[in-house]
Design a binder for this molecule. Structure first.
Ligand SMILES: *Cc1c(COP(=O)(O)O)cnc(C)c1O
Length: 459
């Protein structure tokens, strides 16, 4: 398998180089140069068996099937559910696909538990070290730390906006006591932290000195790993018949993984893009115009995003993989904050995608009504997926699978404000609020933060 950049001006790479590079040097995102055929899978294949069979073509020739099998097996052994990503009925033809059984109780573990191992494998093979720098508004930071902790050939630096992440989220990052884990509370917003990381990547000299690497959601390996649970749950729920999915969406990594699953043979008739008040994607699907607005803080903070970077991969397909045309559109979007993607193209997208958006009040109402009718407590992100699955469903005879992206205990305040119950943390995190925190504090200053990262890389 070879990988090409969506903007067409970066070298064509193998999987292992794409893994470590993250973003392509022309500013584009890497995608496979062709979509693999669906492998034959027996009806009783486990999650791990399915993951190995589906991902093997993407990682060849960098990684052998037996190496992949060992990493996949280890990655999903960290999940506290035998089925890894189990499905649970919600009534009325709806199901919940629970993606929160990993170490940090949010869906980012599904990809990052594997990606951490892939990084380790590749760096060991090359005899290299890397410094992974991540900006987080909450969930990515802890999932990346859990993926990297204790690994000898990499350090991880996580920048979080001081005072702007929840207690549970901060403590999941700052109570990890490992010499290669470095947390920094930055005096700024999440967007400020993200800008600092982008500036570091733009400085090629610095990038080389510290061996800078990224694990953010534009990394192809994350999309690849996420496409697996669409296949396993479609098989469990649909047993061969087409199914629909509703996806709580921020950066569009998860929803794009659904598109990839469909493109490579999973029978999916509909994908619902579920948003909070930051509804750039539902507005685009309704109008054909992608236009940014300011970020609006909500009770589903992991979806408070203004620009969904992974949409670029979908647009690349829409423009028939014509990188020049895509690069023009992306330049226009960057300059103007708005772009018209064209009616013919939009029709191809809306053949499968629908959008729906919900404000905080509607989210609380969904948490309440699901709890009242089923006794199941949804986290606010998952509640958006469920509400969208109900509202945008095209065919009542087609099963609707709603992705549960976080455990409710990760967002206890939002849940309590809806139903008056404070969900309890699972056992492995029960003493989280008593553990010792360890983090550094830095002002919003690129020079100081770079010096900090350089220091970490040289330790
Ligand atoms: C990251 C995250 C999302 C958004 O996923 P994307 O792949 O960025 O669209 C939704 N819910 C939760 C709980 C998350 O952590």
């Amino acid at each position: 398998m070879k990988y090409v950049s969506t903007r067409g001006e970066a070298p064509i790479l193998d999987f292992s180089d794409v893994l470590l590079a993250g973003l392509a040097i022309d500013g584009g995102l890497y995608v496979p140069d062709e979509w693999p055929a669906r492998p034959d899978l027996s009806a009783d294949a486990t999650y791990v068996d399915t993951a190995i069979a589906l991902m093997a073509p993407y990682v060849a020739p960098s990684i052998t099937v037996s190496e992949l099998a060992a990493m996949v097996t280890e990655a999903y052994a960290t999940f506290r559910h035998r089925e890894v990503c189990p499905v649970r009925p919600l009534g009325n033809g709806l199901s919940l696909l629970e993606l929160f059984w990993g170490p940090t109780i949010a869906f980012k573990d599904v990809a990052l538990q594997l990606v951490g191992r892939l990084f380790d494998h590749e760096l060991t093979k090359r005899g290299e070290r890397a410094t992974v720098v991540v900006a987080t508004s909450g969930d990515t930071g802890s999932a990346a730390i859990e993926a990297c902790r204790g690994r000898h050939n990499l350090d991880i630096v996580v920048l979080h906006p001081a005072g702007r992440v929840s207690d549970v989220q901060r403590r999941q990052m700052t109570t990890v006591d490992e010499p290669n884990v470095h947390n920094v509370a930055v005096g700024g917003t999440f967007d400020d932290c993200q800008d600092i990381v982008k500036s570091m990547f733009a400085d090629t000299g610095f990038r080389q000195i510290v061996g800078l690497s990224a694990m953010n959601s534009i990394n192809w390996a994350r999309v690849m790993a996420q496409s697996v649970y669409y296949a396993t749950s479609a098989r469990t729920v649909g047993a061969g018949a087409p199914v629909a999915f509703s996806v709580p969406t921020g950066n569009f990594g998860n929803a794009f993984a659904g598109w990839v699953a469909r493109r490579t043979g999973t029978p999916i008739s509909q994908l619902v893009v579920a948003s909070n008040s930051n509804d750039i994607l539902p507005r685009w699907l309704a109008s054909g115009v992608m236009a940014t607005r300011g970020v609006h803080p909500t009770i589903s903070p992991s979806m408070d995003i203004q620009v969904s970077s992974n949409v670029e991969r979908l647009l690349f397909e829409l423009y028939d993989r014509n990188p020049a045309q895509l690069a023009d559109r992306m330049a226009e979007f960057k300059a103007e904050g708005t772009v018209q993607t064209g009616n013919t193209h939009l029709a191809t997208v809306t053949e499968v995608f629908d959008g729906a958006a919900f404000d905080d009040e509607a989210v609380r109402a969904e948490i309440r009504s699901t709890y009242d009718t089923t006794g199941i407590i949804l986290d606010p992100h998952t509640a958006i997926g469920v509400a969208a699955g109900r509202q945008a469903r095209r065919d009542p005879d087609v099963a609707m699978i709603c992705l549960a992206t976080a455990h409710p205990a990760k967002f206890p305040d939002a849940v309590e404000s809806a139903i008056g119950i404070r969900p309890e943390l699972p056992e492995h995190l029960a003493d989280l609020l008593d553990r010792t925190e360890r983090f550094d504090t830095l002002p919003l200053d690129l020079g100081l933060i770079k010096a900090y990262v350089r220091n970490v890389a040289n330790r």
